[in-house]
Design a protein around this ligand. Structure first.
Ligand code: PXG
Length: 447
């Protein structure tokens, strides 16, 4: 095989060397599922089968696969400049992309720090939050508050504020001074909700409890996913995010929205912050930023946060934030990001997601009475179908459903006993029907 050709074959036939992430390596390697092509709404498997992409790759290919404009932009950039140093040097792409993002982001989220992933964005955001208070002479504010069932990537900061037990339990004591709000999921009150559930705004008052317990003067920031995706699509109760914002304001606590999944149209608006009209102090993103073509993440901060660093750093030659990555604002990622934002705009994809959301909601809730189903919840172009766990075998039923859906030509994600659906925003009505038809068939056949 020539190196200038796409890689579609297993020349070495060795699956052992690659230690796969968040994967049952032994199961996979006994029954590999290899993808070799992608276009629009479909993957192509190594066996040549078309697979309908019900999860936008992994919640990231929001504009659909193989978008010409993005491919061409990356190709054009790599021909001209492969890499440029990120510290004390720059290239136009980084500035262009940050400026475009600042326009797209709501409120005065006007400054963007670039990373290479959601995990790096989260750790960057947490560091900025603590350093912000210190820059203002408020160095006792070091505590970070996360939420149960939160997912904030896999860095030590992210798993410390995160609330997924399996992601934490093997890795030692983690960060000091972290506490967690309760999660907002309550099937007794909110099962089969459409959009934001009515019950649960008061759960934001947990933050007041934390303030009473730890004293506001020790708390730097609270971080939440506006909609918790990875632990099974937990839609924020009506009024909940508003109340968190109010409590943060009252106590001088920074509010961080982790929009790695909710950013770039998933909820039918540019960001969740836009959709819910709540401006966090710091907002993380990744995934849809480049349509996943080249890895990239970003951390947007409001003007007062950026200004605090600039004011505190002394003379103009002083570095204001001792943080950054070799690949921050990588030229290929910037090219992909700029082209992606153009595609979103030209195709009106965020508005399209909002227009399709009611169709998607109807289709998802057509499974309300399907076999094994104990809850269906949805918002924007995202839905969760929660299954009754098999006795003594939690998660097995959803994993089996995931495998059977794949055999029938549909890619999804499963988490716990929940199936998650979050297709590219270009999905058609017919494809929406097909996604839920296949899930329905599988649930019918599954034990
Ligand atoms: N924050 C949030 C809210 C995320 O959803 C990350 C941070 C970390 O991003 P990186 O780029 O470091 O992976 C994520 C990632 C799933 C699934 O199916 C979710 C993610 C990644 C892979 C699978 O639930 N979210």
């Amino acid at each position: 095989m020539s190196v200038a050709e796409p890689i579609t074959e297993l020349a070495t036939n060795n699956l052992e060397a690659f230690w796969m992430p968040f994967t049952a390596n032994r199961q996979f390697k006994s029954q590999p599922r290899l993808l070799v092509g992608a276009e629009g709404m479909y993957y192509v498997s190594r066996e040549g089968k078309r697979i309908l992409d019900g999860i936008a790759g992994m919640w990231c290919v929001n504009a659909g696969h193989g978008r010409r404009k993005i491919v061409d932009a990356v190709r054009a950039q790599v021909e001209v400049m492969d890499y440029s140093p990120a510290f004390q040097m720059g290239h136009p792409g980084g500035f262009e992309l940050a400026a475009r993002l600042a326009t797209l982001l709501p409120g005065d989220l006007d400054h963007v720090f670039f990373t290479n992933s959601g995990s790096e964005s989260v750790d960057t955001a947490l560091k900025i939050a603590i350093a912000y208070h210190r820059a203002r002479g408020d160095g006792t504010r070091q505590r970070l508050i996360g939420r149960e069932r939160g997912y904030h990537g896999v860095g030590f900061g992210g798993i410390s504020v995160g609330g997924m037990v399996a992601n934490r339990k093997s890795f030692g004591p983690l960060l000091n001074g972290v506490d967690h709000l309760r999660h907002t999921h309550n099937p007794e009150k909110n099962a089969f909700s459409r959009g934001q559930p009515a019950w649960g705004a008061h759960l934001a008052d947990d933050l007041e409890r934390m303030v009473a317990l730890h004293d506001a003067s020790t708390i730097a920031a609270v971080i939440v996913e506006p909609m918790a995706a990875s632990t099974g699509v937990l839609v924020p109760p009506q009024g909940y995010l508003e109340r968190l914002r109010e409590i943060c304001n009252r106590h001088g606590i920074l509010l961080i929205f982790d929009e790695v999944i909710t950013g770039f149209g998933r909820l039918g608006a540019s960001f969740a912050a836009e959709r819910f009209s709540i401006i966090p102090d710091i907002l993380t993103c990744a995934k849809g930023l480049t349509n996943a073509t080249v890895p990239m993440g970003g951390v947007a901060v409001r003007k007062h946060v950026y200004d605090a660093f600039m004011a505190a750093a002394g003379d103009d030659n002083a570095i204001e934030l001792f943080h950054g990555y070799t690949y921050s604002a990588h030229p290929l990622a910037c090219a992909a990001g700029l082209a992606t934002l153009e595609v979103y705009e030209e195709d009106g994809l965020f508005a399209r997601a909002a227009d399709m959301a009611p169709v998607f909601e109807e289709a998802a809730h057509s499974l309300d009475d399907a076999r094994h189903v104990i809850d269906v919840r949805n918002i924007g172009l995202t839905a969760a179908i929660e299954l009754e766990p098999r006795p003594d075998k939690p998660t097995a039923r959803a994993f089996d459903a995931f495998l059977r859906c794949y055999d029938k030509g549909l890619l999804l994600r499963c988490t716990g006993d929940t199936l998650a659906v979050a297709p590219p925003l270009i999905i058609s009505q017919d494809e929406i029907s097909r996604v839920f038809e296949i899930i329905g068939e599988v649930l019918h056949e599954l034990n």
